[in-house]
Design a protein around this ligand. Structure first.
Ligand code: ADP
Length: 616
């Protein structure tokens, strides 16, 4: 602008400006130098080192403006406005800029006083020299304070974050569970010391490799996992947490370790996964030993308990024994306790069978509505004894036996014994945990699933207990259940047997209002059912023509001792692998008649005396 004012009059050959606006040659030279320096600085100054060049340019600008003001009338100069504008920017350079401008302004004031300037001139000079500096100080100081606060907050946040990261590092490095983090391509980003110890890879070797070459997972059959059962691949694909205790891993040295694994996705959508695992080889071995012990002990003890139960049955039966009234009540209590014990051993045996894979699965086609009707019929008396309304919905509209199966026909190809066991267990529970009201059994079906529901208006289950119900030995412990005996094995068994059948069990319940248990099993079409039934008939015929099984010789051991040693007094709970007639429940009022005379007891068993309320 100053150069323009200097050159334009000679370029346009007119009196473009005159008087006070006439720019002197030194001022024009200084302005030229400043403009040139500004251009050079703009082009060549590195972005992060602008402070010194800016200060030099500012000083040049101050010199140009001061010269201009001094050469065009000092306090009367029209360029005073320019000086004020320049002075306003002194604060950009903090106290250095303000200090320099203060010195320049102060020097001029001293010069003016020395030259006996008028009071007006001195006032103008003071205003022009110091007022912009005050304004500049206020503006830049408040900005600096704000910046400082922001910087401090930033520093605090950064240090807090790094503190948290350190804390997380400490935890990840200290825990005994293996932690491996992979990105969305499955490349290992982190492996903690526990993981290195379990699978035998060092962090330096593992990080950067695909998890598949480091965490070599195998299924139960010791085959490497594939796309369908690889937990990490699953989580990376669907972004949902996954856990399993069924896989093992081969360590770097080729050793096999059983793992309990939880894989969680990182971020949404998933940008990777965290694999947390624990070596459960020892725990599984201990579990197996314990299961073996329980299985052997229950098997050994069930026989004498069956004998005790049988003898007590005989003692209570008026046609086989005569006892006085008082002894009758003692023996009945002893009989109930023996029944309870027998059921406990049977449950334990069934559980150990499901756990060590001894449980069989012999599917055969079943008309579900008809089949469940048989079970319901067998348990009707039990419900009636408690004064409950027992409704079987599919046939509840039937008026006579002949139209009872007008109800829909749904077929399933499942192990009939397992189906009977689960349904009887659920119905027995419904009766047991319903003091008054209804127990309703219903059947519905989707295209590929049949659902058997057992609803009751009983004590219900608190919401916090529901997730644990199907665990082994889990019993709801509250004032409603304390008086009712049980083992906590029934629902666990139901779950395992439902899984063996390719189905599942679930529950909905409202505490104090009632519960509904559902058993879902795979459904088959009528055509498929007929085909399978024909095949089974042909097989049965062939078996009669060419019997593959040699008859058991006298004295020869029976193939399955659990079936062979069935107790004289059977309950539906102990009906696993037994014929349908086994679901006929014993009644506490009618002493059961033994099917065969009991064998003498092989070992003495202490039977705890419990109340009759403990029977199922
Ligand atoms: P239990 O031998 O104790 O009956 P289960 O495994 O059959 O063992 O059941 C586990 C627990 O679930 C029971 O102790 C009981 O508290 C609860 N439960 C099962 N069925 C019902 C039901 N129909 N209504 C209310 N609670 C039930």
């Amino acid at each position: 602008m100053v150069l323009g004012i200097y050159f334009l009059p000679s370029v346009l050959q007119t009196d473009f400006v005159s008087g006070a606006f006439l720019v002197s040659l030194p001022s024009a030279i200084l302005a030229g130098c400043t403009a040139f320096a500004a251009m050079v600085a703009y082009i060549f100054t590195p972005k992060k080192q602008t402070l010194i060049p800016s200060l030099i340019l500012y000083l040049l600008l101050v010199a140009t403006t001061a010269n201009l003001v001094m050469s065009t009338g000092e306090t009367a100069s029209p360029f005073i406005a320019l000086w004020i504008a320049v002075a306003l920017f002194a604060g950009v350079f903090s106290y250095t800029g303000l200090g320099i401008m203060l010195v320049v302004g102060g020097s001029y004031m001293a010069y003016a006083i020395f030259n006996n300037a008028t009071t007006d001139s001195l006032l103008i000079a003071a205003l022009a020299a110091f007022a912009p500096l005050v304004a500049s100080f206020i503006i830049w100081h408040s900005k600096t304070t704000r910046d400082d606060q922001r910087d401090r907050a930033y520093q605090e946040l950064a240090s807090e974050l790094s503190h948290e990261v350190n804390k997380a590092d400490v935890v990840i490095n200290a825990i005994d569970d293996g932690v491996v983090a992979v990105d969305k391509k499955g490349v290992i980003q982190l492996i903690n010391p526990a993981a290195q110890r379990i699978i035998g890879w060092s962090s330096g070797d593992a990080v950067g490799l695909s998890y598949k070459s480091v965490v070599k997972l195998n299924d139960r059959q010791d085959k490497p996992v594939n796309v369908s059962n690889d937990p990490i691949e699953k989580v990376l694909a669907d972004g949902k947490e996954f856990s399993t205790d069924e896989l093992s891993a081969s360590t770097e040295s080729g050793k096999k370790v059983l793992l309990s694994i939880v894989v969680s996705p990182i971020g949404r959508p998933s940008t990777g996964a965290i694999l947390v695992f624990r070596d459960i080889t020892k725990a599984k071995a201990a579990e197996r030993e314990q299961a073996e012990f329980i299985s052997t002990a229950s098997h050994e003890m069930r026989t004498p308990v069956a004998s005790i139960e049988g003898y007590l049955g005989l003692a209570m039966n008026p046609s086989t024994a005569t006892i006085d009234q008082r002894a009758q009540s003692y023996i009945q209590k002893a009989h109930e306790s023996a029944q309870h014990l027998g059921r406990l051993f049977q449950d334990l045996l069934d559980v150990s069978k499901t756990e060590d894979g001894r449980i069989g699965n012999n599917p055969s086609v079943v008309n579900v509505v008809e089949f469940v009707a048989g079970i319901v019929e067998g348990l009707e008396l039990k419900a009636k004894e408690k004064g409950l309304r027992f409704i079987y919905k599919p046939t509840s509209g039937a008026r006579s036996v002949t139209d009872r199966f007008v109800a829909p026909v749904y077929y399933a190809n499942v192990d009939n014994d397992h189906l009977r066991e689960v349904v009887s267990n659920l119905i027995e529970n419904a009766i047991k945990y319903t003091p008054t009201g209804d127990v309703t059994v219903d059947i519905s079906a989707e295209e590929d699933e049949v659902t058997i529901s057992i609803a009751d208006s009983g004590i219900g289950i608190p919401a916090e207990d529901i997730p644990h119900l199907f665990q082994k030995f889990y019993r709801v412990d509250n004032s409603d259940t304390r008086e009712i005996g049980g083992t906590g094995l029934g629902l666990y068994l139901c779950r395992r047997l439902a899984e063996v059948m390719g189905g599942s069990v679930r529950v909905t319940s409202e505490y104090k209002k009632g519960s509904t248990f559902y058993l879902d099993i795979p459904r088959i079409e009528a055509g498929e059912a007929n085909r399978l039934m024909e095949e089974a008939t042909i097989r049965a015929e062939q078996a009669t023509v060419h019997p593959a099984i040699t008859p058991i010789q006298p004295g020869q051991a029976l193939p399955d001792p659990d079936v062979a040693t069935s107790t004289p007094i059977d309950t539906a709970q102990g009906a696993l692998l037994k014929p349908q007639s086994a679901v006929q429940p014993p009644t506490s009022t009618t002493p059961p008649a033994p099917i065969q005379p009991p064998t003498p007891p092989r070992a003495a068993v202490q039977v705890p005396v419990r109340g009759p309320g403990e029977t199922k």
